[in-house]
Design a protein around this ligand. Structure first.
Ligand SMILES: Nc1ncnc2c1ncn2[C@@H]1O[C@H](COP(=O)(O)OP(=O)(O)OP(=O)(O)O)[C@@H](O)[C@H]1O
Ligand SMILES: [Mg+2]
Length: 235
């Protein structure tokens, strides 16, 4: 297993957000985390990238992540594309992308990754010198994903990449996410759009009140009428 989580708990002060959660990711897998607002999806990603602390087992390639800071986790190969994108709106596309690589010293590999990001999102190649605040929401999401890729991840954490984005760009973004995975990067993606997420994912976990309510192969969950109705809210 690349990522092995068991008995994980986390919260904010006295409020518990994750309780006794178990989850695994194999190298090269695309795993999606579904569930309603407040289920704990973002908290799970924040725990993995060490933005908040937790109790329980949290192993990445044999390292206990509890011993690592947010910066050190990036060094291990875990890059987080957070909810709300957190870009530098007054800087250009190119500058925002370069900032994703600020901890890396391998200049040739960074340049190769920049080429890869611009090939994945051709519109960003056209808009390299544009100020990010003037891009559309979907284009900004591409910059956010691209910036996380510039960290050189083995595991990419994506928090609701499709939220608030027009349908056409959404399809483009989901297809790019599948391509990133097929190029060998494991992905853990939180999503509200269960239908689209299950379409590209290998496996899925459905969270409810901070614990795993359902898990399985994405295809199996997507074709189970009971699960669709009760857990995914799809007709
Ligand atoms: N900074 C915070 N301070 C206090 N409570 C928080 C904080 N962030 C999240 N919570 C609480 O933790 C729980 C889990 O929130 P989380 O953001 O992980 O849910 P989510 O599944 O990502 O929801 P959404 O789909 O709305 O993004 C919620 O009850 C939420 O109110
Ligand atoms: Mg969230």
């Amino acid at each position: 297993m690349m990522l092995e989580i068991s008995g994980l708990s986390a919260g904010y002060g006295k409020a518990i957000a994750l309780e006794n959660l178990n989850l695994q990711i194999k190298a090269g897998e695309l795993v999606t985390v579904l569930g309603p607002n407040g289920a704990g999806k973002s908290t799970l990603l924040k725990v993995i990238s060490r933005a908040i602390s937790s109790q329980g087992q949290l192993q990445f390639e044999g390292h206990s992540l509890h011993d690592y800071s947010t910066e050190q986790v990036v060094g291990l190969g875990i890059c987080h594309c957070p909810e709300g994108r957190r870009l530098f709106p007054e800087l250009t596309v190119a500058k925002n992308l370069q900032l994703g690589a600020y901890l890396r010293r391998d200049k040739a590999a960074v340049a190769a990754d920049m080429d890869r990001v611009l090939a994945l999102f051709p519109i960003l190649a056209e808009r390299e010198h544009q100020i990010v605040s003037t891009l559309s929401g979907g284009q900004q999401q591409m910059v956010a994903i691209g910036r996380a890729l510039m960290g050189g991840p083995k595991l990419l954490l994506l928090d609701e990449p499709s939220v608030g984005i027009a349908h056409r760009l959404k399809l483009e973004i989901f297809s790019a996410i599948r391509q990133i995975c097929d190029s060998g990067v494991a992905i853990l993606m939180a999503e509200q759009d269960a239908q689209s997420a299950l379409h590209i994912a290998d496996r899925a976990y459905v969270l409810e009140h901070g614990h795993v309510a359902q898990e399985g192969e994405a295809k199996a969950l997507a074709s189970d009428d009971r699960i669709r109705k009760i857990y995914l809210g799809i007709g």
